[in-house]
Design a binder for this molecule. Structure first.
Ligand code: T4K
Length: 391
């Protein structure tokens, strides 16, 4: 049994849940509320192509996130690709191996070579010291990921970018409405990408956005996600279909109204987990501390097998057997994917921290619909597995 100074480890195995408990559940408005919001779309018979709901959501998000410009997209991956294209990146871009495949695939889709940089063991984001050493003649940019809502060292990256003339893009798929000392993280770098996928705190089912401060980007990003069409008579550049539909935008507007309640519910769940897991040997909870506001998107923990008494995989398997579907976000590392592992920067010896974290990480179920009793039982299961997994 894993030791806990408060002695919370259960004496007997907790009973499995009768229904699956997933890593997350989407925030959804009531069907009635959503129906009301669909009425004007039906009335206008205007379903997509920068309609009224789209415009309203962009304006409301700009206010909510405290950023001058928001461009909505069909999903976060498309937004990232668009940012890379419009900012004119060439050659190689330095990024993290500890991320969802979309981050690195966006680079390869744009013909850019990913250069993997190791991560900081505390924030799990790109390590600024190694980053500096990786900048070479082919490097044109940095693609940082605020993984689990932990901000990259934006000040150090900004200084390096200014000194070496690099573009900086942040993947903030996990960092909706994150602030450092009250300053919106979404104003960092040249562009910041947000994901509004169903699994995110704020969702439009599928969707995403870019936030940026340079007004000149507005026109270019519009063209890039609208086939390069400027008017009926002018197609001025190449581009794709990256638009968010009116139905998705309406869901976003409904969810924006429900966000404060969901945040409060998640804060309760977070507190409950902190109470249940905080002093277990070999288990570290990854949560940003002051002055960073918590993005409340994930409940990641790191399991040191030796100190905890069970491997991360044993805890994952044990939870599954009890109907709890935690996730190993992000294992395998992107640098180990078959199409990237030939790259010189993918050498495991240069990425020791990322490899260690990939073997320890586990994201526990986290959403506002979890009851206190469910969270307490999950914590007891984890404590139990600390002993059972080793047996
Ligand atoms: N960058 C980063 C750092 C990201 O994490 C992501 C996406 C992106 C970029 C790309 O952004 P988008 O292009 O997606 O906007 C999920 C999401 O699909 C993905 O968006 C997200 N990251 C990633 C971390 O998680 P999977 O493969 O784990 O999804 P899935 O289908 O296994 O769902 C996880 C759990 O969520 C399910 O077990 C149950 C629950 N769920 C899921 C869906 C789709 C629901 O309850 N309802 C649902 O509708 O990737």
């Amino acid at each position: 049994m894993s030791r806990s100074s408060s002695g919370r480890a259960p004496a007997v195995a907790p009973l499995p849940f009768s229904q699956p408990i997933y890593v997350t559940r989407p925030l959804l408005p009531s069907l009635e509320d959503f129906g009301t919001r669909l009425a004007p779309i039906w009335g206008a018979a205007w379903l997509t192509n920068f309609g009224q709901q789209h415009r309203t959501l962009e304006q409301r998000l700009a206010r909510h996130l405290d950023v001058p410009h928001v461009a909505l997209y069909a999903n976060g991956t498309m937004a990232l690709i668009s940012a890379l294209r419009v900012l004119g990146l060439r050659g190689s871009v330095i990024t993290t191996p500890f991320t969802f495949p979309a981050t690195v695939h966006a680079l390869s889709m744009c013909g850019l070579e990913p250069v993997f940089c190791d991560i900081d063991p505390v924030t799990l984001t790109i390590d600024p010291a190694q980053l500096q050493q990786l900048v070479g003649p082919q490097t044109t940019g940095v693609l940082g990921v605020h993984v689990f809502g932990q901000p990259c060292d934006v000040d150090a990256i900004g200084r390096l970018a200014a000194a070496r003339d690099l573009k900086v893009i942040y993947d903030a798929a996990h960092a909706f409405d994150t602030r450092i000392d009250g300053r919106s993280l979404a104003t960092s770098g040249d562009c910041t990408m947000l994901s509004f996928h169903a699994t995110k705190l704020f969702n439009t089912a599928e969707g995403g956005a870019l936030t940026f401060t340079d007004p000149a980007l507005e026109r270019e990003l519009y063209l890039d996600r609208n086939f390069g069409i400027l008017s009926e008579d002018e197609v001025v550049t190449s581009g794709v279909n990256g638009k968010l539909s009116e139905l998705h935008a309406a869901l976003g507007l409904a969810n924006l109204d429900a966000l404060d309640d969901e945040r409060r519910a998640r804060e309760r769940v977070r507190e409950r987990y902190l109470h249940g897991l905080s002093d277990l040997d070999g288990l570290r909870i990854v949560v940003p501390g002051k002055p960073v506001t918590d993005s409340l998107q994930y409940m990641p923990v790191l399991i040191d097998a030796e100190a905890f008494g069970a491997t991360r995989d044993a805890v994952y398997d044990g939870l599954r057997a009890m109907n709890v579907f935690a996730r190993k976000y992000f294992r395998p590392l992107c640098s180990d994917y078959p199409h990237y592992r030939h790259l010189p920067s993918a050498d495991a010896q240069a990425l020791p921290v990322a490899h260690m974290i990939a073997e320890q990480i586990l994201c526990l179920p986290f959403h506002g619909g979890l009851t206190d009793g469910e969270v307490d039982t999950i914590c007891q299961m984890v404590c139990w597995l600390g002993g059972a997994g080793a047996a």
